[in-house]
Design a protein around this ligand. Structure first.
Ligand code: DAH
Length: 369
């Protein structure tokens, strides 16, 4: 600036013209500051356009006016005033361009600025399905007790699903389970048929495991099973089961009871009781149904016991099953169970309808995040 002024003086203009030149430059500086501040504050395109017209507009614009009126300035002032006006014009044009970009990027596609009063959009976060979580938690406890986790196919043969499990095909159990057969057409229920079906329980994994491994066996086998069942609050045609099997020398019912009591206390808490009710399964002898009773602490701090709730079928492995896989049933004994993790998850979350777990309605599942 100083240099320009000296140059102006050196140019030898009159005192009046010099004042006019300085006044022009002062005005330019003031407008520059005003316009830059206004651009900064502008919240839409229209506001920016008003600023542009006011300072850079061809006819009325203040900065353009200086350039237009160059002729009225003393010749010696023209270069510095012209240069200053051009600099301000360029600077404002650049600021307006940046302002436009800022507004464009802030505006939604409809061209409106964002509405900061809107509630935030819900973020989607996946989670483990409550039944899968029950399976994982059950599995972790058995893993710490020395069990390994195995899987079996969901499409099975009659041999694995029934016959090897000491359940002849004309046995009521084979009908009772109302199995979903895969063979097309009328099904010949003879032993010679491969009889493909959707497994009606996870017990065939017992057979597949024992066929391939010698004792000692300690497995947990979770998976889906299928039945032609009614569809109601406690039954669905597809549901999860967890099979457990232990086979070794000298395994007794006492091992079984102690292991299950340990599992129940770890899963539901130290106050949990278990009881065995006599039952019947073709592949166990003796057979039992196992119930648990939980001690829950009410909101007022008092302890309360739940009703007995059935969680599994179980028993000592029938020697005929051990014979079927080529084990020496004089030497080895075992116990097994089939547990319903859906039932366990219902108990855990106070859900009264099993179907909710298998319908995959996100309004329901979203609550388990
Ligand atoms: N497979 C039986 C069912 O689905 C449950 C069961 C009972 C499994 C006794 C077992 C067992 O391993 O020992 O109803």
């Amino acid at each position: 600036m100083t240099g320009e002024r000296e140059q102006g003086r050196g140019g030898g203009g009159t005192a009046r013209a010099e004042v006019a030149g300085d006044a022009c430059i002062e005005s330019l500086q003031r407008w520059r500051a005003e316009a830059l501040a206004a651009v900064e504050e502008a919240s839409d395109e229209a506001a920016l356009e008003r600023i542009r017209v006011r300072y850079l507009g061809r006819r009325e614009g203040r900065v353009s006016g200086v350039l237009r009126r160059m002729g009225s300035l003393a010749p010696a002032d023209r270069p510095r005033v012209g240069a200053a006006a051009n600099r301000v014009r360029k600077e404002l044009a650049a600021a307006l361009k940046r302002g436009l970009a800022r507004i464009a990027s802030a505006a939604s596609s409809t061209g409106h600025p964002p509405d900061l009063t809107l509630p935030p959009r819900q973020r989607w976060r996946g989670t483990v399905h409550p039944v899968s979580r029950a399976i994982d938690d059950i599995w972790k406890i058995f893993r710490s007790l020395g069990f390994v986790r195995v899987r079996g196919p969901e499409v099975e043969t009659e041999w694995y699903n029934f016959v090897a499990l000491n359940t002849p095909l004309d046995h009521p159990a084979a009908d009772e389970q109302d199995t979903l057969f895969l063979d097309p057409g009328p099904h010949p229920r003879g032993a010679a048929s491969p009889g493909l079906l959707l497994r009606s329980h996870t017990s065939p994994v017992q057979i597949r495991t024992m066929e391939r491994h010698e004792p000692p066996i300690r497995i947990i086998a979770p998976g889906m099973v299928y039945r032609r069942d009614t569809y109601d609050a406690t039954h669905t045609p597809a549901f999860a089961q967890i099979e457990g099997l232990v086979v070794d020398e000298g395994v007794t019912f006492v091992d079984f009871k102690a292991t299950l009591a340990e599992f129940a206390r770890r899963f539901w808490g130290p106050g949990t009781q278990i009881r065995f009710r006599p039952s019947f399964f073709p592949f166990t002898e003796p057979s039992a149904e196992v119930d648990v009773k939980r001690a829950i602490v009410r909101e007022d701090g008092r302890e309360e016991e739940t009703d007995w709730i059935e969680i599994m079928g179980a028993g000592m492995v029938d020697p005929a099953v051990l014979d079927n896989v080529g084990y020496d049933s004089e030497r080895y004994t075992g116990w097994a169970f089939g547990m319903g993790p859906g039932r366990v998850a219902m108990l855990r979350h106070g859900v009264r309808d099993l179907r909710l777990f298998y319908e995959n309605d996100m309004r329901f599942l979203g609550q388990f995040r």
